[in-house]
Ligand binder design. Structure first.
Ligand SMILES: C=C(O[C@H]1C=CC=C(C(=O)O)[C@@H]1O)C(=O)O
Ligand SMILES: [Mg+2]
Length: 461
């Protein structure tokens, strides 16, 4: 990795091209500069008609926004996807020329992407554009970190590229990206809403409960799908806008792949790493919000003292503790959960902090953690086998790690729940819940209904 201080894009392209030996040789050039603060969603909106995929990401306290436009490079992996993604990323960085004087988390070259929930489950037509592991190094990237904007261009330069042509193309695209134009967002409305086999789903909850009572597993998370059709294809920027307005305390994300867009507002952090500081979260156990303050307090007190929900939560705490202990020191996990309030529901929440041991990366942690019992179950293999066989849907990227990493040991991944896939003028929304020995199919069904609300309400349902 070459780090340089002062740059002119065209001169830098020329220098890098000169250093390439043959036609197969290529190298990533990444240039970051600080710019006047601009709105992340505006930047995303302006790229709408560029014929490039867009990515949007913001963390739950809105201290970081990332927008990626296009693909300068893609890292795709299937088998051994954690190790392979890490290796491809390291190789790319080793050869890259990077100009980033700021070194703040999320600035400079980043990879943004996600994974499928279960690579062993056959991919259906619905998720054909989303790979088992797929990370994009965007061509154009905006990082808003603590209210300041940083702009990055990434170019994968080849031997027979022309520096002046590359620079001219970039300038042309930047005219659109930085032009203060008001892109009118057209509204859309739902024409049809279909729940995919709710009775069949309740039956699968019944079967899971009896497996658990027969000691085949302790917890199994089962998800279901609701399919919507619209009068026209919903534009993702409209949905993001509404999610930003309504879903505080949640990560908001969108990954476009051709005419498909995976989008949502998840409250669940999988892992955040800043240098060697590690944060993870146990989030499981659910209740609705109250209509008045008094009712809300009564419900959260009830949630904190409810045996069934505490058990659901505790499986996650125990698993995360075990999964990361060999990779960390200074591990701190409080003995009691607290309540994490969201707009439509509240969860049991236990924060996890630790120090990542030298030599380990965020990918090692994701590999250990995914899937936690908040989206898979306990024990992992048995619950996954049950889901693979009995669940009535292809989860695709739902329930899986999504996030970003930079070239300075920083990164953050969330668990992609409270989400849906927009495909043409249709959307598939997903919600699941933790089935334990005392689960009641009707109550679990109601729980998935409130988990569908964040997405349903912004889509007009
Ligand atoms: C699997 C989902 O939620 C998980 C996260 C928090 C609470 C959960 C629960 O109480 O069942 C689930 O484990 C989902 O929203 O689709
Ligand atoms: Mg639950």
């Amino acid at each position: 990795m070459i780090d340089i201080k002062e740059v002119q894009a065209e001169a830098l392209f020329a220098k890098v091209i000169q250093g390439l030996h043959n036609n197969e040789d290529a190298q990533l050039v990444s240039i970051t500069k600080k710019i006047q603060t601009i709105d992340a969603l505006d930047f995303y909106r302006r790229a709408r008609y560029m014929g490039r995929n867009r990515t949007f990401w913001t963390n739950s306290n809105r201290s970081l926004f990332l927008v990626g436009i296009g693909e300068a490079y893609e890292i795709i992996a299937d088998q051994s996807r954690f190790k392979e993604t890490k290796q491809q990323w390291d190789n790319l960085l080793k050869q890259a020329t990077i100009h980033n004087p700021y070194q703040l988390p999320g600035t400079g070259v980043i990879a943004l992407g996600g994974m499928s929930f279960d690579p062993k489950k056959e991919t259906t037509e619905l998720w054909k554009h989303f790979k088992p592991s797929q990370f994009t190094i965007p061509e154009f990237q905006l990082t808003n970190y603590q209210g300041e904007s940083y702009y990055t261009i990434n170019v994968f330069v080849k031997k027979n590229d022309h520096p002046s042509q590359l620079a001219a193309t970039i300038r042309q695209i930047e005219q659109t990206l930085f032009q203060a134009s008001q892109v009118e967002a057209e509204s859309f409305s739902i024409e049809k809403k279909v729940e995919i086999d709710p009775e069949g789903w309740k039956e699968s909850v019944r079967v899971a409960t009896s497996e658990i009572r027969n000691k085949k597993a302790e917890k199994i998370v089962l998800a279901r799908e609701v399919r919507l059709s619209f009068d026209k294809q919903p534009e993702s920027s409209v949905i993001i806008d509404k999610l930003l307005d309504t879903q505080a305390n949640s990560y908001i994300f969108a990954f476009e792949k051709n005419s498909h867009c995976f989008i949502g507002a998840t409250p669940e952090r999988l892992v955040k790493v800043e240098q060697d500081r590690l944060l993870s979260t146990c989030l499981a156990g659910t209740a609705p919000r109250g209509k008045t303050k008094a009712e809300d307090e009564r419900i959260s007190y009830g949630l904190l003292h409810d045996q069934k929900n505490r058990q659901e939560h505790d499986f996650v705490v125990q698993m995360i503790k075990l999964a990361i202990k060999d990779y960390c020191t200074d591990l701190v996990i409080p003995g009691e959960p607290i309540v994490y309030p969201l707009k439509n529901l509240q969860h049991l929440y236990t924060p996890v902090t630790a120090k990542l041991k030298a030599g380990h990366s965020i990918f090692d942690i994701i590999e250990q953690l995914h899937p936690t019992p908040a989206v898979g179950g306990t024990p992992r293999d048995e619950s996954l086998a049950f889901i693979r066989e009995n669940e009535l849907l292809d989860r695709g990227w739902y329930g899986a790690p999504i996030g970003w990493l930079d070239s300075n040991q920083n990164g953050e991944f969330a668990v992609a729940i409270r989400s849906g896939l927009i495909h043409g003028d249709m959307a598939s929304l997903f919600a699941g819940c933790g089935v334990v020995k005392d689960s009641n199919p009707e109550a679990e069904y109601e729980e998935t209904n409130i988990k569908l609300m964040p997405m349903l309400s912004v889509l007009g349902g």
